[in-house]
Write a protein that binds this ligand. Structure first.
Ligand code: SER
Length: 634
């Protein structure tokens, strides 16, 4: 079965079990402060598990683009060095939102893997949660008994909290899980060492393929577990690993998911895959990273110097550096892989085709600028080396290596490599010390401690009424304390709100809430998933009372006008520069707006004037625009 067929069979199977097939959510997360990238199929459903969003379809399945390069789930260091970890991967998943639970999840998983895909039963091992006294969660007897009807007990392994209790992050929905592991070793090896003893032992041939999570709890900030309003199922299967198993390969990179890209890299570098361990690693790194980078750009995340953009830039630089050092690529090459990727995955993910030209251009530009950085770095390093040699030394100081790394973006392993080539070494211990100190500094600057929500009035959602009203009577539904940089703030959620929450680049509303005896200033409003969160430095005393919520209408109107102007500008840019102009970022505030987009060339003075003329004429026409979600632009 080729990989496209394997994906299709998965989706068809769950369709036949009354699941609605949905599209992958974007890999780049825009409205969840706890996540930069989708790191699991369940992210887009987080609010359904928590009870913050009404459930429309109780059964859903999809193939989700995931990226595990930051936060709790981070596989970046392993990628390329082993054969089964990736930055970007597809996660096949089926979900039950308060509908079926362990029985169906396990029975269907077995039916799909064994009856439909035809996997050899004797190669399957499953794990169940052994329980945790500290969390007060018992051994998962139910899952154990269900598996027992399919597998001998010697193939059922009891796993600890690390492997068999799944959590999205430090807080949030979680629950015990049961994993399916496949033993893909040759029979001769299997005869000598029992597969059960290799489960979760980092053996590249005995690997976890599918994780069935039984969501039952919400992990609170104080570490305790609170039961969720209903029980849910969240399963995630590594698509690339499944392809390896079903195609009888020993490495994900040998499947048809990666081979076309590996072949293209081999062609461009004139290096054969499978002949030299270091070059193979480099080829795997590049084959993996091009996917992460291309999909991120397709989802609107251009490489940059901040946050998610910086993560993407680092991934791209990691790939370029491997190519530079081990495959002798001294000019841009990554961008030449985009066509291969689009041809291969464009049918399942049309965004790759839609943005193909943009992705190619952006990557080429990034490569060019990084290759310049490398050239500067090499110059500086040569200076450092001769200074060291002149002083009679052979060891480049940790401080010098750190300056090269931190200020000039020059990778430390490249410094080491070049030093070795010159019969020198680097004081890595000192370098690590400098790095740790710097990480500490930025961690302290960014640390935010978020308390648990405390419920005042139960609500299922908080309606935004600001399209019609800029002041109204509200009740406080929940609140929590947040400490950031030593400052204590409170976040309030209302039963309904006239405050516009910061989203889509528009800054949040300010204003106040008042009752007979107090007036509390709202300094900002933020959108967090589906909740509108109001920020204040004082907690109201009568939390259960009724308040008048009043938006600062002068600032709100100025922001609304600039929001409208963003649409006008976007349209005019498309008219003048072409339909590829997509909003890549935007800031809308009372005093003005910023609109980020990518274009292949520098925008000329004449083009800018034309854009300005179109926008001004639209403003003078004074027509009423209605946005799809209902906001009126006047
Ligand atoms: N959330 C689980 C995982 O990411 C199963 O989908 O492994």
């Amino acid at each position: 079965m080729n990989s496209n067929k394997i994906r299709e069979v998965f989706l068809e199977f769950f369709k036949s079990k009354q699941h609605e097939i949905v599209s992958s959510a974007p890999m780049v997360v825009k409205n969840d402060p706890t996540l930069m990238f989708t790191n699991a199929g369940m992210n887009q459903f987080k609010d359904m598990f928590l009870g913050n969003t009404p459930i429309i379809n109780k059964r859903v399945a999809d193939s989700q683009k995931c990226l595990r390069v930051s936060g709790k789930h981070n596989d970046l260091d392993e990628v390329g060095h082993d054969t089964y970890h990736h930055t970007m991967f597809e996660m096949l998943g089926n979900w039950s939102f308060g509908d079926y639970f362990k029985k169906e999840a396990i029975e269907w998983a077995w039916e799909l893997i064994v009856d439909v895909y035809g996997m050899d039963k004797s190669r399957i091992y499953v794990s169940v949660f052994e329980g945790s006294d500290s969390d007060g969660v018992p051994f998962d007897q139910e899952a154990y008994d269900l598996w027992k009807s399919f597998l001998p007990e010697s193939h059922i392994i009891k796993g600890n909290k690390k492997d068999n209790f799944w959590e999205m992050g430090e807080t949030g929905p979680c629950g015990s899980c049961s994993e399916l592991h496949f033993d893909l070793r040759d029979d001769s090896e299997r005869a000598v060492i029992d597969g059960a003893s290799l489960v979760n032992m980092d053996n590249p041939q005995v690997i976890e393929v599918w994780n069935l999570v039984f969501m039952q709890f919400n992990r609170k900030a104080n570490g305790s577990l609170e039961p969720l309003p209903s029980k849910h199922v969240d399963t995630g299967m590594g698509f690339e690993r499944l392809c390896m198993a079903l195609q009888g390969k020993k490495s994900n990179y040998d499947t048809d998911v990666f081979q076309p890209i590996i072949c293209r890299i081999a062609e461009l570098s004139s290096v054969k895959y499978g002949e030299d361990i270091k070059r193979d690693i480099a080829m795997r790194v590049i084959a993996d990273h091009i996917r992460a980078i291309a999909f991120s750009i397709a989802d609107g995340q251009i490489p940059s110097n901040v946050k998610a953009g910086y993560v993407i830039r680092r991934i791209l630089r990691r790939a370029v550096r491997y190519g530079y050092t081990y495959l002798n690529f001294k000019t841009p090459f990554m961008y030449k892989l985009v066509d291969t990727l689009a041809a291969q995955l464009g049918a399942q993910f049309p965004e790759l085709i839609a943005s193909q030209q943009l992705i190619t251009k952006v990557i080429e530009e990034e490569e060019n600028s990084f290759l310049r950085t490398l050239a500067t770095g090499i110059n500086l390093l040569e200076g450092v080396m001769s200074k060291t040699k002149d002083a009679g030394g052979k060891v480049i100081s940790g401080e010098d290596a750190f300056v090269l790394y931190d200020t000039y973006g020059f990778p430390i392993d490249l410094t080491e490599l070049i030093a070795r080539e010159n019969d020198m070494s680097v004081d890595i211990e000192q370098f690590e010390k400098e790095l740790a100190e710097q990480k500490n500094r930025s961690r302290n600057a960014a640390a935010v401690e978020t308390g648990d929500w405390i419920e005042v009035v139960a609500i299922s959602s908080s309606e935004y009424v600001g399209y019609d009203l800029l002041e109204t009577d509200i009740r406080i539904a929940r609140y929590r304390e947040v400490a950031s940089k030593g400052k204590k703030l409170y976040q309030l959620v209302f039963d309904k709100t006239p405050f516009y929450g910061n989203s889509g680049g528009q800054v949040g509303d300010k204003g106040y809430i008042s009752s007979a005896n107090e007036k509390i200033e709202i300094t900002d409003t933020q959108k967090e998933n589906n909740l509108t969160v109001h920020i204040t430095s004082t907690l109201p005393t009568n939390l259960g009372g009724s308040f008048r919520a009043v938006v600062n209408s002068v600032e709100h109107t100025a922001s609304s006008n600039n929001h409208t102007a963003t649409h006008l500008l976007h349209e005019a840019l498309r008219e003048v520069l072409g339909n590829h102009v997509e909003q890549k970022g935007s800031l809308v505030q009372p005093s003005g707006l910023r609109f980020d987009f990518s274009h292949f060339n520098k925008v000329t003075h004449e083009e800018l004037q034309e854009v300005e003329r179109i926008v001004n004429s639209k403003i003078r026409a004074n027509s009423v625009l209605i946005e799809k979600i209902g906001r009126a632009h006047v």
